[in-house]
Design a protein around this ligand. Structure first.
Ligand SMILES: Cc1cc2ncn([C@H]3O[C@H](COP(=O)(O)O)[C@@H](O)[C@H]3O)c2cc1C
Ligand SMILES: O=C(O)c1cccnc1
Length: 337
């Protein structure tokens, strides 16, 4: 089924995201209050359970089926020398994932999550966005659709990430176009200072080329994004509709979905920033989106690695919520006054 056959239908869906279940969240919170601990003492873990309840629309949320999706795409902007690695590495890494050899294979397995890698036209990079829109409207919608279609039925949690040489430049261009300012370009896979300056100049050139169209977040995603970034946006939208909470990976994945927060103020409420990437612009991007990352481990990999790493944290939060005794059950005295 085509989720969003036209840009107008995609825009309508993004501007009016369905709400979570406030009663389910309240029920989860009410249970937190009677468990044998001072109220609020499990901090963010308590909030995470209520968040899962709200977006799974279940008072007792579960994490039986956790799906990691890694979307892969190639970028014409690599012609500008913005990555230390050749574009061929994207397809080579997709093969490596298929053979089980990537970091995300190990991390998904360690987190008890299923992994699917979705290659998007790896033999056909996007256009170099310093000279033309990265994607045509049809290409953009197709990538969004593939992202949405990859969200499995009956999934309890989705971890979203990407593989695409050059895509931290696309992420920086998206962030700069959506939130303004300079200095969004970072080291990516390991640029030196001269390389970062060249990348920043490429971002400036892209913004100048597309200046007339940058007040529309979806046009920003089409002109400056990439196939895998559009797919992450589509998967995030589809997850919202299907009652699936989302863990976002690093800078690039966050930039990919940032248009949703500008199209609807609550457009990313069903998503958490799983970690703070070492990529320069991530902290600033999360601040702009009012998101607080769950982990800060100095990762700068992508591949949904940080998202997969946060899954055990959510499992631990649920284990407390489901497994702890209440004050009444345990015969523990409540607060004196
Ligand atoms: C071997 C290898 C494995 C990776 N896995 C993720 N990335 C990460 O690096 C790329 C973005 O960085 P840049 O914009 O500097 O090219 C993306 O593919 C991202 O997923 C990798 C990069 C490489 C080289
Ligand atoms: O934070 C990210 O998404 C990231 C950082 C470096 C390389 N690839 C991705």
């Amino acid at each position: 089924m085509t989720l969003f056959p036209t840009l107008a239908s995609l825009r309508a869906a993004a501007c009016h995201p369905p709400q979570g279940d406030a009663a389910a969240a309240a029920a989860a919170e009410a249970r937190q209050a009677v468990l044998t601990k001072p109220p609020g003492s499990l901090g963010r873990l308590e909030e995470l359970v209520a968040w899962l309840a709200r977006w799974q629309r279940r008072p007792a949320p579960r994490l039986q089926r956790v799906q990691v999706l890694v979307f892969a795409g190639n970028h014409g902007v690599t012609a500008q020398g913005v990555s230390p690695y050749p574009a061929a590495v994207t397809a080579q890494m997709a093969d490596n994932f298929a053979a089980g050899g990537g970091a995300i294979n190990a991390l998904a397995a360690a987190s008890g999550a299923a992994l699917r890698v979705v290659p998007l036209r790896l033999d056909c990079p996007t256009a170099d966005f310093t000279t033309a829109p990265a994607m045509t409207e049809a290409e953009f919608l197709d990538a969004v659709q593939q992202g949405g279609a990859a969200v499995p039925e009956g999934c309890d949690l989705l971890c979203l990430g990407e593989m695409g040489i050059g895509n931290t430049t696309a992420g920086a261009a998206l962030a700069a176009a959506l939130f303004g300012g300079t200095g969004w370009a970072g080291r990516g896979t390991g640029l030196d200072a001269a390389g970062v300056a060249r990348k920043e100049a490429v971002v400036r050139a892209a913004l100048a080329r597309h200046a007339a169209a940058l007040d529309d977040p979806l046009e920003v995603a089409r002109r400056l994004g990439g196939f895998e970034l559009a797919a992450i946006l589509g998967a995030t939208l589809a997850a919202r509709r299907r009652g699936v909470p989302v863990l976002l990976d690093g800078f690039t994945a966050t930039a990919a979905v940032a248009p949703l927060a500008l199209l609807a103020p609550d457009g990313l409420e069903h998503a958490q920033a799983a970690h703070l990437s070492a990529e320069a612009g991530h902290r600033r991007l999360l601040t702009a989106l009012d998101m607080t990352p769950l982990l800060d481990l100095g990762l700068r990999l992508g591949e949904a690695s940080g998202a997969a790493l946060a899954v055990p944290l959510l499992r631990a939060a649920l284990a407390c919520h489901a497994g702890m005794a209440s004050f009444a059950e345990a015969g523990v005295a409540g607060r004196a006054a």
